[in-house]
Design a protein around this ligand. Structure first.
Ligand code: ADP
Ligand code: MG
Ligand code: ZN
Length: 481
């Protein structure tokens, strides 16, 4: 029997990071009540005219350029007609031909270390629909239009992916790139980044694609992986049984980890696309393209390489790359030339969790990048112990105080002053004559007992290496009692 291989293509929807909707000035977020952010345009009232959000066009063009595609100087919005209660216009305003962006792609590193270029077919803009909310108690369905008209880009790949692993890696990399570009906030739980997965099987090496199914609206990387694996197994079983795969739109049930066909009524689509007469063509000038190109941050690859060069581990790098605010804070702090590894540890363990907890962006923290860099540097130079640093961090974060001054005022600086250490060493050796005896009789390991006592006596402030030296000066070399 012929061996079959999976063929996968993705359609990714990302919510554009704009303050207002695609065709009106309603806010895109911040609502607490259903139908709070709506107007006559995004609820499709007769006679209301849409006006295109310029910022959305910029973000779509920026994403296209960053992903290596071409921005069309001229593109069109079309009406994609269908009926659904959460679609007040009776059509979605989307781009058919030409879309704002075409081509481009992203390179994946595969499990065996080889590289694969995944091509993009197109990037287009469209508006989001509202939401139907089922009211169980009174057995009725309500419509919330807060999301209606929220700007999205849809990124469509060529069918270049061959496994769930590749698809998930691709999505994570794309998510990372778009969040870093600030094209989207990318909050998956808010539905700001979601995708449809198209899957078919074909004989290995065959140039002809098989019949595909499409799994709609997945908003978690894990569900994408599970849905693909299930669908590959299902199609393989059909193939083995000699039964045809039906072209279908599927829904993924993440509780059962299975796919299910949507009601066929819903998939019998004839959208009757036609140009949206209420909107002029979208123009993107060469000057804008040039400005956007110049504004692009250095590529992910070059940032990775630079941070690896500073001794950071990939996990630490990814941690920074996944939060644009964290990345720019880190970059700013690096200007003070602290030890980069220590700085990234402080960010991962203390600073970023504190920002998350206070629900602020790193750039809004009272503790400035230069101060955090100073803290890292004091630790690297042995002026401050880890315990003391962690102890004062809460204060630093809240007040934005200068770490050096705070350490001074709290008396937390590592004591490496010879006289103080010598006094403590004498005191401790005198207080433990038996241990001193054993040490001098040749039990060299007992030194660590004395170091421990001295550290405690200093409330953790002694420089451990200098403390050991001070003790040696008092005790004399081991085994000479
Ligand atoms: P439509 O817009 O009608 O859903 P497209 O041709 O635009 O269809 O393709 C949508 C997605 O499906 C793209 O990501 C494409 O790569 C993918 N795709 C198309 N044909 C197949 C196939 N036979 N197997 C797997 N994926 C496919
Ligand atoms: Mg599709
Ligand atoms: Zn509106």
């Amino acid at each position: 029997m012929t061996n079959m291989e999976p063929v996968i293509g993705l359609e990714i929807h990302a919510q554009l990071n704009t303050r207002t909707k695609l065709f009106c000035s309603c806010p895109t977020g911040g609502q607490t009540e259903p139908n709070e952010n709506i107007c006559e345009i995004c609820t499709g009232q007769p006679g209301a005219l849409p006006r295109l959000n310029e910022k959305a066009v910029e973000l779509a063009a920026k994403a296209t350029l960053a992903l290596g595609g071409r921005v069309n100087g001229f593109s069109l919005f079309s009406r994609k007609n269908y009926f659904y209660p959460d679609l007040p216009n009776g059509f979605q305003t989307s781009q058919l031909d030409p879309p704002v962006g075409q081509g481009g792609g992203m390179t994946l590193t595969l499990a065996d270390g080889s590289e694969k270029f995944v091509r993009l077919n197109r990037i287009h803009m469209e508006d989001d629909a509202g939401k139907c909310v089922h009211d169980e108690k009174r057995d009725r369905t309500l419509v919330d239009l807060n999301r209606a008209g929220v700007p999205l880009i849809e990124i469509v790949t060529e069918p270049d992916l061959s496994s769930s692993q590749e698809a998930v890696d691709f999505l994570k990399k794309l998510h990372n790139a778009l969040v870093r570009l600030e094209v989207t906030k990318g909050r998956l739980e808010e539905g700001e980044f979601r995708c449809d997965v198209n899957i078919s099987l074909k004989p290995v090496g065959s140039p002809t694609l098989g019949v595909r199914t499409e799994i709609k609206n997945l908003n978690s990387f894990r569900f994408v992986g599970q849905a693909i694996d299930f669908e590959i197994r299902r199609q393989t079983a059909l193939y083995v049984a000699g039964a045809p795969v039906e072209q279908q739109t599927l829904h993924f049930d993440h509780v059962k980890a299975e796919t299910w066909p949507l009601r066929s009524k819903e998939e019998a689509h004839d959208y009757r696309y036609f140009p949206q007469p209420d909107l002029p063509p979208v123009r993107v000038s060469p000057a804008l393209i040039e400005r956007l190109e110049k504004s692009l941050p250095p590529s992910l690859e070059s940032v990775m390489a630079r941070y690896r060069g500073l001794g950071l581990k990939d996990e630490a790098i990814n941690n920074l790359l996944s939060w644009p605010g964290a990345l720019s804070y880190f970059e700013e702090a690096l200007k003070a030339r602290p030890e980069a590894k220590r700085l990234s540890t402080l960010m991962a363990e203390l600073f970023l969790p504190a920002c998350r907890q206070s629900a602020i962006e790193p750039g809004e923290a009272r503790l400035k990048p230069a101060q955090l860099a100073k803290l890292a540097q004091m630790m690297a130079e042995g002026k401050l112990g880890k315990r003391a640093a962690y102890e004062i961090f809460g204060d630093l974060f809240e007040t934005g105080a200068d770490p050096e001054a705070l350490v001074q005022s709290k008396g937390l600086a590592l004591v490496s002053d010879g006289e103080a250490l010598a006094d403590w060493a004498k005191e401790i050796v005198a207080a433990h004559p038996d241990e001193a005896q054993k040490y001098r009789a040749g039990q060299g390991k007992i030194l660590s007992f004395f170091v421990g006592r001295l550290m405690r006596r200093s409330k953790g402030a002694a420089d451990p290496q200098k403390a050991a030296q001070a003790l040696l000066d008092v005790l004399g070399p081991a085994g000479q009692g």
